[in-house]
Write a protein that binds this ligand. Structure first.
Ligand code: ATP
Ligand code: MG
Length: 577
């Protein structure tokens, strides 16, 4: 391909609305253009990258025994009503009506459609196991589309669905997918960590995410997930699912007796602990949440934080948020109190469900809110001054240096980009949608399902997050839009142009994906663009051509060598073998 013909416009500046480096670089280097919020055009360079990612995914999925199909992007509401998700999926599900007023939606995921396909097409255990996949656009009306391709509203996903006769079969299908995923990301030039995760809106019991780990710093904050991991035994989990053993802390307030004391203006745990001169760990914190429209009071030890997904799951909820001040006021009024946030306690709350994190169980002579402003109860004890809620479970966020549940070593935390997610669904969809087969023993049984997603567009963006420098993208070879770019320094120099064309033609003939920068541009512009676009190898034909030498540059490590044109051609052919 000739640069003079390639449809690409590089920009001098980063786009003003981009926060993370992959978004900045993909726009500036001419890979993507925004069409609407969270919706992008994938321009020719991007399309080449996406096709490469897709081809790797296809190859590995096919090798793992999966078969490709393609399901519609628009789905009828009936299927979602059958599965029960029409009412619970929330606003991310883009709903629409056709001309006959039939309700439809844009597919955010395809469990319902695939289950209907299996229901019609698989009748006997003899047809199992089956794994079907597609590479398709998805639409999720994300509340905060951001970070370019990392979190779009429309994006491309590979989604696969396995059907097995029993749990053992599912375990096998799941492991085959996990192995295929590792290979896929490795081939895309991405090191990933497979971590335990919450199953979210997809459902099911067991799930793992594939995380590209990114360091947290000012420029690069694209990792939207906190991943806790053990340096000793390999335990790792998304913060929404991670568990830990706590280090011992003081949990006895050592107050002689229970009494109400004035604690003016102590709205936070920090202020309260300072005011009373006690550790935060002898305070029982009480926070009001709204889960699926219901009020929940969650108790946790003062030095720890609630993990909202865990809390939501404790109530089998689909939606969670912290209560607004006016909602707290409503609860207070209904319960006959007037307290504001910071002074709330569980005692006497009406129409509020209580839940406690395990950390509050061992508190003694502790401090707790009593729904009176500027006052707290000190020296409180469970069963004497306040009742311990019946619902006690782990609803806390793990913190760095907590101990590993498996081996006791200390846990570390890092940021991760979720590029893939695999789930054991079990019978969630097959039962709800009556998708069954006849087993060996003649019994009708629901399919045991698994589902497996990879964000194609997100994976490409994650590769940019991991592989770039101040000059631009450094594509891993396997997913680069072109392997090599030939740059004649001066388009006015006949010899340079002739040699460059010659190298270009030799590479073309050897089926190398090669670009030649034949534009009438200054050398600086051409070299900058080559770095920005991120082609893995650059062959620069300049003045040294009089000695039959060119510059051969490896974009990933920046190394340059002066070699002959023939040697350069030979090396590139060797590299792509
Ligand atoms: P997230 O937690 O990041 O919103 P998710 O867990 O809801 O993602 P899944 O349902 O697991 O997403 O989808 C499978 C894969 O699709 C994800 O692992 C991710 O790679 C990709 N993906 C999901 N949402 C988006 C999005 N908004 N933009 C780009 N890729 C996405
Ligand atoms: Mg996921």
């Amino acid at each position: 391909m000739r640069m003079s013909k390639l449809f690409v416009q590089t920009l001098r500046e980063y786009p003003s609305d981009a926060e993370v480096i992959s978004h900045k670089l993909l726009v500036r280097a001419g890979y993507i253009r925004k069409l609407a919020n969270g919706i992008y055009n994938y321009l020719p360079l991007m399309q080449r990258v996406l096709k490469k990612v897709e081809d790797i995914v296809r190859e590995e999925m096919d090798n793992a025994g999966a078969q490709e199909l393609l399901m519609p992007f628009v789905q009828p509401a009936e299927l979602w009503q059958e599965s029960g998700r029409w009412d619970v999926y929330g606003k991310e599900l883009m709903r629409l009506k056709d001309r006959h007023s039939r309700e439809m939606c844009l597919g955010p995921t395809h469990e319902e459609v695939i289950t209907s396909i299996a229901r019609e097409g698989i009748h006997s255990y003899k047809q199992l196991p089956v794994n079907l996949y597609q590479i398709q656009s998805k639409f999720r009306d994300e509340i905060r589309p951001r970070f370019g391709l990392l979190r779009g509203r429309e994006f491309i996903m590979k989604d696969a669905y396995s059907f097995d006769a029993d749990e053992e079969g599912l375990d096998k299908s799941y492991n085959i997918m996990a192995e295929a995923y590792k290979r896929i990301f490795e081939r895309c030039g991405l090191e990933t960590k497979m971590v335990q995760s919450d199953s979210g809106a997809i459902g099911g019991s067991v799930s793992h995410e594939f995380m590209v780990l990114v360091n947290e710093n000012a420029e690069n904050n694209a990792g939207e997930n906190d991943v806790f991991y053990c340096t000793k035994c390999g335990y790792s989990a998304n913060s929404n699912h991670a568990v830990s053993v706590l280090n011992p802390v003081e949990t006895d307030g050592h107050f002689d007796s229970a009494k109400i004391v004035d604690t003016p203006d102590t709205h936070s745990i920090e202020e309260l602990s300072k005011f009373l001169n006690i550790p935060q760990s002898v305070i029982c914190k009480c926070l009001i949440y709204v889960v699926d429209g219901k009020y929940i009071a969650a108790l946790i030890r003062g030095d720890r934080t609630i993990e909202e997904t865990k809390l939501m799951n404790a109530f089998q909820g689909n939606d969670i948020r912290i209560a607004r001040n006016d909602e707290i006021e409503e609860i207070m009024t209904n319960s006959g109190y007037t307290a504001v946030a910071g002074f709330i306690g569980p005692k006497g709350l009406k129409n509020v469900e209580l839940i406690a994190d395990e950390t509050v169980k061992d508190l003694k002579n502790f401090v707790i809110g009593i729904n009176q402003n500027d006052k707290h109860l000190i020296g409180a004890n469970w069963g004497v001054d306040v009742e311990l809620p019946q619902k006690i479970t782990d609803i806390r966020l793990v913190e760095e240096n907590d101990r590993c549940i498996d081996c006791g070593a200390s846990l570390k935390v890092t940021k991760g980009i979720e590029v893939g997610n695999i789930f054991k669904l079990g019978t969630k969809y097959s039962k709800a949608m009556n998708a069954a087969f006849t087993d060996k023993d003649g019994q009708e049984k629901p399919f045991i399902m698994g589902c497996y997603g990879i964000g194609i567009t997100r994976t490409a963006a994650a590769a940019v997050e991991r592989h770039h420098d101040e000059y631009g993208i450094k594509w891993p070879l396997a997913i680069a839009p072109f392997t090599v770019i030939v740059v004649p320094v001066s388009d006015q120099d006949e010899i340079q142009m002739k040699v460059a064309e010659d190298i270009y033609n030799k590479l073309l003939n050897a089926n190398v994906e090669v670009l030649i920068d034949d534009r009438a541009e200054r050398a600086g512009v051409k070299l900058k663009d080559a770095d920005l676009i991120g082609i893995p190898y650059r062959i620069t034909v300049g003045k040294t051509i009089k000695d039959n030498l060119i510059e051969f540059k490896n974009r990933s490590n920046g190394e340059t060598e002066t070699i002959t044109p023939d040697e350069a051609v030979r090396r590139i052919i060797e590299i792509i073998k």
